[in-house]
Structures are given as C-alpha cells and as structure tokens.
Design a binder for this molecule. Structure first.
Ligand code: 5AD
Ligand code: SF4
Length: 439
C-alpha cells in the first residue's frame, strides 16, 4: 500500500472556518491524505483564511512567505489558500505568492479533490465560484471515527445584512440555509461518534430558514427538533443579529431544556448615530429592550457581544455611549476590535479615526469588559452548574470542561471521562477559569 500523504491545515478566523477545515480534511481524505500537525512533513499545506480585518489577511501572506524554504526543498509540496481571503483576493494571491498551487473559496471547497489532482499535474487552479449546487450535498458523508464531546455544525452561511464595515456579505455571499433534515442527520451522526454538545453555526445563524418537511423552519424549530435527538445534551448557536431574534427563539431560551443559557448577540456600538452609519438597522434602546425580553425568558442568561471601536466619525461622546450600553447589559464575555478599513465596504470611504485614538478607546473598553466578565465569573462561586468534561487538565487527576455558561471549569476527581456531563459546585474563580467539586 502506498504511504498516506500528509495534509497540514492552518485555520484562521471564526468557528465556521474551523468547521470548514474539518470538512476539507475529510474531502481530501478520499485522496489519501491524513492530517499532520506540522507543515514540515506535509505533502499539502492548506491555509483556511479570514478576511474580516486587515491584520487577518496580512498574516496569511507572511505565513505563505514562511513556506518558501519548504517548497524549494520539496517541489511536489502543494500549497493551497482557502476561505475568505481566497474569495476576496483570488488571482492576486497567486500573483503575490507564485508558489501557491490552488486557491479555493468557501463555497466551492467540495471541488478540492479535483483541484488537488490538477495541481498534481502541475496546473495552477483557482475556484472562487458561488456554484448553484450545495457543497454539503457533494461532500462525502462524514467519517465514523469517535470524536470529542463538543462539535460545530454549520446550518446557515452568508449574510444579507450589509453592515457598513463588514466583508462577509461579499466573501461568503447571500444567506443560504441548509435543509433541516440534512442537519438532523448530521447531528445524529455526530452523536453516534460521541458528541454531546452541538453549536449551530452561521454568519447570521438566527436568520436560519431552511427547508423542513412542512415548509421553511426557523432556527427555533430546528433547535426544538434537535432537542429530541437522544444522546445530544446541549445545544448552542452563534452568531446572531439582534433583528433576527424572533419570538419563538426567545421562547426557546425559556422552555427548551437542551438550549444553553448563553447567547452571543453582537451590538458593535452603543451610539445611535454610529449604529445608523454602521447600517445595523436598530437603535441602542431596541437592543436593550431585546436583552430585557431575553432575560425575562431566561433570567440566568449569560450574554456575549462583539464591539468595534473607532468606527469612522466615532467621537468620544459616541464611544461613551458604547461604554454606557455595556454598563447596562453586563456581559459575561465579549470580543472587541479596532475598526479595520476593508476595501469595497462603505465605511472605508468615510473619515477615519486616528490609530492612537482607536488604541486608547480599545484599552478603556476592554478594561470595562474584563471587569464585568470577572465579576460575573466570580459570582459563580457557590453555585451549582452542569459541566461537560472535555479533556484532562495540566495537574494530576484534573479534568477540564465547560459550564452551561461556557466558563472553563477544572475539577480534580477520579472517574470523570471526556464526554461526561456532571453537576458541579463552583468553589473558586481564577483569572481564566473556575474550580469546581463534583456533586
Ligand atoms: N473592523 C473591525 N472589526 C470588524 N468586525 C467585522 N468587520 C470588522 C471590521 N472591518 C468584527 C465585528 C463582527 C466580528 C466577527 O468582527 O465585531 O461581529
Ligand atoms: Fe457582517 Fe454580521 Fe453585519 Fe452580516 S450581520 S454584515 S456578518 S457584521
């Protein structure tokens, strides 16, 4: 038998890319590839890239530069660029880095096996189509090997919102939802392989409207159907737009037993002027009312958000409005970014905030968010939570898992295995994780 070929995939950006990388590795498995953890012994290197901020794209070019020596030493080595930089920059990548053999966009990676074969014959191959066919229908069914207790499952891709700063509607295209039956099949397969928690993914996941047996299903409908999958214990979803937070989804947070009390609901900014210029299509007040309704449905809900500081024309007063909104919400976790100019998006044309001002605002914003995050984490001490254990910790006898609210929790006890879901009392709160005792 011939030696398996080795595939090194490096994933940048969001969880959807993590999911896509898994599916790409599975697709190339049919070509005899097995994954390796190092680029040094790889026969193929694939960078699954992110274009959301300028730095994310620049990192890809510097990483490619690092492979020059490898390619020179091993001319058969194939180098591919996938994901959103591939989609956005296409041929430009091959011009800037002629050693790249193939470029594949996020909607056409089911064609990777053919592309790999062509690259093997010395061709340069590029495919950044938005094909009519659904890539998931063309990918081989997922392998049956056992896997960890927590998995991602992409249910929706693309976005029709066109926030003025964001490249997603251009790189990932229009909103498309996968059929409900396919998602349920994939979820059952994952559960059969040991998965107990599924995070449903989509760039705008709560806009999900996939075909069901009796017309289009909402995300809430899909979550309720997943709630009936035996062996699946936890359901999460990310990432959502406030305007697609429908009544049935809010109700699911009150009533659906397996839906976890954690919600990532980005608002980006707290000033109505900036929200309008961002084309977010809601006000700060509307967002706060929505949070109230969600907390009425699920009082212990932990909220997470995304924030952009230094959006064009953001003044200190606008920024203060963002801080006030954060004070009003009390986030359990959050991601915050300096605005990054993306060519082709409307905000790139407007008056930019100086870099040092952005730095200063980001620091102040992150200080507030860290304080909130820490306070909510400390408030867990003394409480009982469910913990889904994932892996051994660094200390002897220790296991690490995730709480219902997504905190990392360490427990030292005998007889816990990855995949166990146990009740735990939280006894201590450290900088990045909680310590618990089994109940
Ligand atoms: N600059 C900075 N942050 C951005 N995001 C999206 N586009 C930009 C940009 N041009 C952030 C938003 C989004 C998250 C995924 O990335 O906060 O919610
Ligand atoms: Fe980008 Fe999210 Fe806005 Fe869509 S809703 S354009 S993905 S920030």
């Amino acid at each position: 038998m011939s030696q398996p070929k080795k595939l090194f995939i490096k994933t940048y950006g969001c969880q959807m890319n993590v999911y896509d990388s898994e599916r790409m590795a599975e697709a190339l498995g049919g070509q005899g590839y097995v994954e390796t953890k190092s680029p040094d012994d790889a026969d193929m290197i694939l960078l699954n890239t992110c274009h959301i901020r300028e730095k994310a794209a620049e990192k890809v070019y510097s990483e490619l530069g690092r492979y020059k020596g490898l390619k020179a030493a091993k001319p058969d080595l194939k180098i591919g660029v996938a994901g959103c930089v591939a989609q956005a920059e296409g041929e430009e990548i091959m011009r800037r880095q002629p050693m790249v053999d193939l470029v594949v966009g996020p909607q056409s990676y089911h064609r990777l096996p053919e592309m790999e074969a062509k690259a093997g014959q010395g061709a340069k191959v590029l495919d950044t189509d938005f094909p009519e066919e659904d890539k998931f229908e063309h990918l081989k069914s997922r392998p049956k090997a056992k896997r960890g207790p927590s998995a991602f499952l992409t249910v929706q891709e693309g976005c029709d919102k066109f926030c003025a700063f964001c490249v997603v509607p251009y790189t990932r295209g229009a909103e498309v939802s996968r059929p409900a039956a396919r998602i349920l099949d994939e979820a059952r397969d994952l559960v059969a392989r040991g998965v107990r928690e599924i995070t449903l993914l989509g760039q705008n996941v709560n806009a999900y409207h996939g075909a069901g047996p009796d017309g289009d299903w909402s995300l809430a409908r899909l979550i309720w159907a997943l709630n009936d999958v035996d062996g699946l214990e936890r359901i999460r979803f990310t990432t959502s737009h406030p305007n697609d937070m429908s009544d049935d989804l809010i109700d699911a947070h009150a009533d659906c037993p397996k839906l976890m009390p954690y919600l990532h609901l980005p608002v980006q900014a707290g000033s109505d002027k900036i929200l309008k210029r961002m084309n977010r299509q809601h006000t700060a007040e509307q967002y706060l009312r929505l949070i109230e309704r969600l907390r009425a449905a699920r009082p212990d809900l932990h909220l997470s958000g995304d924030f952009i500081v230094g959006f064009p024309e953001e003044t200190e007063t606008d920024f203060q409005d963002t801080l006030s909104l954060i004070e009003a919400v009390q986030y359990g976790s959050a991601f915050s970014f300096k605005y990054s100019e993306r060519p082709g998006t409307p905000a790139a044309e407007r008056a930019q905030v100086p870099e040092d001002e952005k730095d200063d605002r980001l620091q102040r914003l992150q200080a507030l968010l860290t304080r909130q995050q820490r306070a909510l984490q400390d408030a867990m001490v003394g409480r009982e939570v469910g913990v889904l254990f994932e892996r051994p910790g660094r200390l002897e006898g220790q296991m690490v898992g995730k709480s219902d609210y997504l905190h990392a929790v360490h427990v030292t006890a005998e007889g816990i295995a990855p995949g166990d879901l146990r009740r735990v009392r939280i006894v201590d709160s450290g900088p990045n994780s909680l310590t618990g005792q089994l109940l």
